[in-house]
Design a protein around this ligand. Structure first.
Ligand SMILES: [Zn+2]
Length: 481
């Protein structure tokens, strides 16, 4: 009876092409990545989701360390008076800030903001720590939770409280800060594409879309199956805005006291949402091997008279554990077909089935999650072939996603084509643009789409695809999450 109930559970995912939104929610819940919490818009990240997130974190951390960054932890609460110093930052974030007004049975004399981001706290401390040009650059990252009081929410993609990393750096010159911003954008792109298999476009954000308090924001953007863009990471040049608001100065080699140039950059667990959305199929999650907690799962076919199967499966697990993350599913209360469904739902890249007949033939049965195909493999080849297959699967997922993204990216040079393509919401529309904020607002009003990133200058003589005025840049447009 238990098995029946669980089987039903598995089949409750709608087809991805029928209802991407409901499909996404059900995959998050049923693959046990997340569950809803008692407070609206908050989720619990369950152990399987957290294991994936930890692997993503490790990929970022390795690259942050290799480029000279250190991890630290700053506090959650920011005094209101401190928060209010950088005008644009305040204007941008205040509508989403949650406040602590009481502690114990006392009403606080000053409200405390629950950090929506930590430029303020880092700025405050950097003012204290930085004195001389010899103290620069300061390159610190933190892994933390932040809170933004959002109206509509979805697991990972938009939640009130979320996990992320935020890097905050201070530099002696604008050039150095600008180079840092590009370096981190490059790392984001590399992790998105090479690790998560998510093809991204990258570039500068328009004035309307940039970070509150930044002089320039750069972003990576992935395209989701419903034709909406997902901002998957941002890197900001903050100029001297925060340095002036928080009085972060240093004495330069020429004895002059100067303000530092700061940057900040962040990626949240939203990128995990992007991963689920991009690669999953009607059977559930499909994980790229690089972030799969179990890259291979071994399912022994346990039948009467098959006493040799389990020991053989254990030996296979031990051999494979030298070359990949392997899990032996030796539970006896579930049937093998039930386990096949479950591991498919949970996105494990490779499944190896091992029964008495396989042992006699010196083979194992190998099932690929990406293609849902099964083929026998010689047992003695497993240790050499499995890593090759995982590598193939990894690049295959990226190639497929990139082909899909390219197929759903179009160009437009006149208003009719531009508006109809955006209204169809198939994907990115690349178009020449005048770069006027009011033009972007008019585009949004008519099509619900905005610029995602600006990729470069327009050609001489090109006109804005929407308003017809001279174009300054080329930009990608799409609706977004
Ligand atoms: Zn225009």
């Amino acid at each position: 009876m238990v098995k029946q109930a669980q089987k039903k559970e598995v089949s409750r995912i709608p087809r991805k092409s029928d209802d991407v939104s409901e499909w996404y929610t059900q995959v998050c819940l049923q693959a046990q990545l997340a569950d809803y919490a008692p407070v609206r818009g908050c989720i619990v990240m369950r152990p399987y989701g957290y294991a994936i997130w930890s692997l993503i974190q490790a990929e970022f951390d390795r690259r942050f360390a290799a480029t000279g960054h250190q991890n630290a932890y700053f506090p959650l609460l920011i005094p209101e008076s401190l928060f209010m110093r950088e005008a644009k930052h305040v204007e941008g974030f205040t509508p989403e800030v949650a406040w602590v007004t009481e502690g114990g049975d006392e009403k606080l004399s000053e409200r405390l903001a629950i950090r929506p981001t930590s430029e303020v706290m880092f700025g405050m401390m950097y003012a204290k720590w930085i004195q001389s040009h010899r103290d620069l650059p300061v390159l610190i990252n933190q892994w933390a939770n932040v809170m933004r009081w959002e109206k509509s929410t979805r697991p990972f993609l938009r939640t009130l409280e979320f996990l992320w990393q935020e890097g905050h750096t201070a530099h002696a010159t604008r050039e150095e800060a600008a180079a840092e911003v590009q370096q981190m954008l490059g790392i984001y792109r590399e992790v998105a594409e090479d690790v998560l298999g998510l093809p991204v476009i990258s570039g500068r954000k328009s004035d309307n879309e940039k970070f509150a308090g930044a002089i320039a924001t750069y972003a990576i953007e992935a395209l989701m199956p419903d034709g909406k863009a997902l901002q998957a990471g941002t890197s900001h040049e903050l100029g001297q805005n925060f340095a002036k608001a928080y009085d972060i100065t240093f004495t330069d080699a020429d004895e002059q006291v100067k303000h530092v140039w700061t940057t900040s950059w962040g990626v949240s667990w939203r990128i995990l949402g992007g991963l689920i959305m991009a690669h999953g199929d009607d059977n559930g999650l499909v994980l790229p091997p690089s972030v799969a907690p179990h890259q291979v799962v071994i399912v022994p076919i346990l039948r009467k008279g098959g006493e040799e199967v389990l020991p053989a499966a254990r030996r296979l697990r031990d051999d494979l554990s030298a070359v990949c993350r392997v899990h032996l599913d030796d539970r006896t209360e579930q049937s093998a077909p039930w386990k096949f469904n479950e591991w498919e739902l949970r996105g494990v890249p490779l499944r190896i089935e091992l029964g008495m007949r396989d042992i006699e033939a010196g083979t194992v049965m190998l099932a690929r999650r990406d293609t849902l195909t099964k083929s026998p493999m010689r047992r003695e080849d497993a240790v050499t072939q499995v890593p090759q297959l995982l590598a193939q699967l990894q690049t295959g997922l990226f190639e497929k996603a990139r082909a899909d993204r390219d197929e759903r990216t179009s160009t437009a040079s006149d208003k009719d084509a531009f508006v109809s393509q955006l209204k169809a919401q198939r994907g990115f529309v690349l178009a020449p643009w005048c770069e006027r904020p009011e033009c972007e607002l008019a585009i949004k009003a008519e099509t619900s789409a905005v610029t995602r990133v600006i990729t470069g200058a327009a050609a001489p003589g090109e006109t804005c695809a929407f308003c017809g005025l001279p174009a300054k840049v080329r930009a990608y447009f799409a609706r977004s999450y």
